[in-house]
Ligand binder design. Sequence first.
Ligand SMILES: NC(=O)c1ccc[n+]([C@@H]2O[C@H](COP(=O)([O-])OP(=O)(O)OC[C@H]3O[C@@H](n4cnc5c(N)ncnc54)[C@H](OP(=O)(O)O)[C@@H]3O)[C@@H](O)[C@H]2O)c1
Length: 281
Amino acid sequence: MSILTTPAIPQRSAHGCVIPQLGFGTSQLGDCGQLVSTALQLGYRHIDTAWKYGSEKGVGAGIRASGVQRDDIFLVTKVSHEYLATAEFANSVEESLRNLQVDYVDLLHVHWPSVDGVPLAETMAALALAKRRGLTRHIGVANFNIALLDQAIALCPEPLSVLQAEYHPYLNQNNMLAYCQQRGLLFTAYCPLARGRLFEDATLIEIAASHHKTIAQIVLRWLTQQGDIIPIPRSSSPERIAQNLAIFDFQLTPAEMARIHALAKPDGRIANPMGRAPAWD
Ligand SMILES: NC(=O)c1ccc[n+]([C@@H]2O[C@H](COP(=O)([O-])OP(=O)(O)OC[C@H]3O[C@@H](n4cnc5c(N)ncnc54)[C@H](OP(=O)(O)O)[C@@H]3O)[C@@H](O)[C@H]2O)c1
């Protein structure tokens, strides 16, 4: 597979998985075909979806409408926590491929750890089998904490390439980032813009003004400038979709990076949809 990105988007790699370092998020976008097509035409080459979002059909339609070749797109989907037993897992992956109208995805995640006692070994075997069947090129998990990720790595018959978890300036993820670096995993940052909660932040306003950039661009730059971190911002506005891509033409100083790191709050976490999700580290 060749992943041709616009020269402006760097790539990161882990265990043979090469990913454009900025993706387009599609949760809560409904019928998102037009937006996905716009994102691809603007230069995005990494699209994040999930069975749970109900956006897979729109993502598939957007890919087809964009004129961008399937092989030039890094496509990610996820198996929801209800479907982590062997047969349900396989059915869910096959349904996702039908929704997307593609033969394979580039990265398949377990969306959340099990809340109904499905053994992790069973789920990791099902995930590895999806890869061995060619339904996905690479595999990863989302919303695992360090203890769970450690077990997943040990149990999975195929290497995990990516952890996807919440990360933005209001949430400290230093422990998980260090663990991922130690184990050679990339970190996809979801809710990278904290779903808009940081747009009134005085520190970010000041840094944005000094670079003639928007707060969203400062935050996305802060994430990517850390290294193996891949933000996947969502937007329903073509103008903001384009804006979020324009983050590779400037640099934050070490002092600015540190000031943004210092914004983390103990209650900064946003995503906890089932109320039984594992505590972050
Ligand atoms: N694995 C998981 O469990 C999980 C959980 C959550 C999210 N995700 C993934 O991560 C993606 C991103 O997270 P998210 O959608 O929750 O939140 P997000 O990307 O942090 O924030 C999205 C919000 O930011 C606004 N926004 C985007 N760009 C902007 C800009 N340049 N200026 C001002 N506002 C801007 C959007 O409004 P407009 O639409 O008006 O621009 C939207 O309200 C999701 O779409 C999904 O693909 C994964």
